[in-house]
Design a protein around this ligand. Structure first.
Ligand code: ZN
Length: 56
């Protein structure tokens, strides 16, 4: 079975696809470690915003 490299599906600002290697080639979400880290930061920030607005 040939080794397949699955690349990250995230697009950069200019529409170029990220060339990073997906963390899990079999997962529905094809994303590299760098963008996975960015996604975690986004989720964390979104939760904090939701908590602040929820307490208003
Ligand atoms: Zn990426």
């Amino acid at each position: 079975m040939p080794e397949r490299i699955v690349t990250c599906r995230v697009l950069s600002g200019r529409g170029n696809q990220c060339t990073g290697e997906a963390v899990d080639p079999d997962a529905d979400l094809k994303i590299c470690a760098r963008h996975l880290g960015e996604a975690q930061r986004l989720i964390h920030a979104a939760f904090q915003r939701a908590q602040r607005t929820g307490q208003a």
